[in-house]
Design a protein around this ligand. Structure first.
Ligand SMILES: O=P(O)(O)OC[C@H]1O[C@H](O[C@H]2O[C@H](CO)[C@@H](O)[C@H](O)[C@H]2O)[C@H](O)[C@@H](O)[C@@H]1O
Length: 278
């Protein structure tokens, strides 16, 4: 499979989202509370960073890490990345910067930028199960395997024709193991098989019980199906959700693209009420 297909697949993502989205609804700054009262929770792929043909190709645009670091200061440390990626992977992408994060769809958590992970909810995936799931990557050239230790992702952005075959193969394996505590998480051109004991929402709930997040009003920005569990719990936390590329159910507004999210975050720093800090 080649670059054309990869690009076609990226365009498909955008087209699907556009079909579902009404007119653009710019997200007004006034919707978001004062930074000193807020917790800023941000998905990575498709929200902060533009989607790329493969997971390794993402890059952090100039200025983004600086903006995130400044928001981290203005919120007194209450900014976190909430991602399906592992903490290790997140750190590689943003190196040398590190941020508080919920990683692996809630499997891992780090409360301070440079501290160790404080909660690891996921045991390593059973080796035999992993071996069987990994073999699915052999169905077609272009299927990429991402092994996070506690979960496994099968990426088919470079092999979109293989989508059905991947899900069918995963279903067969699951049928063989009806009691295995695993679930299938569909994402953008990815089928992830993970332990069923955690989600991004469970990770965010736990994060919001810890200082400096505790007692603040969270706002979460995300783009994918995997972010919907977090959109759903924002009202419980007196928070707000915003989606990217489409108007998802239950959100207060949406952004057209990651570039709009990045611009919005930069503008949050303009607020004079919070502008005494760097
Ligand atoms: O929760 P997120 O931070 O949005 O992470 C979701 C998944 O992102 C990565 O895969 C996705 O982005 C790739 C790069 O743009 C793209 O090639 C792939 O098709 C997308 O599914 C990451 O590799 C996964 O581990 C994350 O779960």
């Amino acid at each position: 499979m080649n670059q054309d297909l990869a690009e076609m697949s990226l365009e498909d993502d955008i087209a699907r989202e556009d079909d579902a989205a009404p007119e653009t609804v710019p997200v007004p700054r006034s919707l978001v509370p004062h930074l000193s009262e807020s917790a800023i929770l941000l998905d990575i792929d498709g929200t902060l960073l533009d989607l790329m043909p493969t997971p390794r190709e993402v890059w952090v645009p100039p200025g983004l890490a600086k903006t995130l670091n400044r928001l981290l200061v203005r919120t007194n440390g209450a900014l976190a990345l909430v991602s399906g990626r592992s903490l290790n992977d997140i750190d590689l992408i943003f190196a040398p910067d590190q941020f508080p994060a919920v990683g692996g769809h809630g499997a891992e958590m780090r409360i301070e930028p440079d501290s160790e992970a404080v909660a690891a909810h996921a045991p390593p995936m059973d080796k035999e199960l992993k071996r069987r799931l990994a073999a699915i990557a052999k169905l077609s050239p272009g299927i990429l395997l991402e092994d996070k230790g506690y979960s496994l992702a099968l990426h088919y952005r470079l092999a979109p024709h293989a989508e059905k075959a991947i899900y069918a193969a995963v279903s067969l394996i699951r049928a063989d193991l009806p009691n295995a505590p695993i679930e299938v998480l569909p994402g953008k051109c990815v089928c992830e098989i993970k332990h069923s004991g955690f989600t991004k929402a469970s990770g965010v709930r736990e994060l919001m019980t810890r200082e400096p997040f505790k007692g603040r009003r969270p706002f979460f920005i995300g783009d994918d199906v995997t972010d919907e569990s977090v959109f759903a719990i924002m009202p419980d936390l007196d928070g707000l959700a915003f989606s990217v590329g489409r108007r998802a159910t239950g959100v207060a507004g949406h952004f057209d693209a990651p570039s709009d999210v990045r611009e919005f975050l930069t503008h949050l720093l303009d607020d004079e009420r919070d502008a005494s800090l760097p």
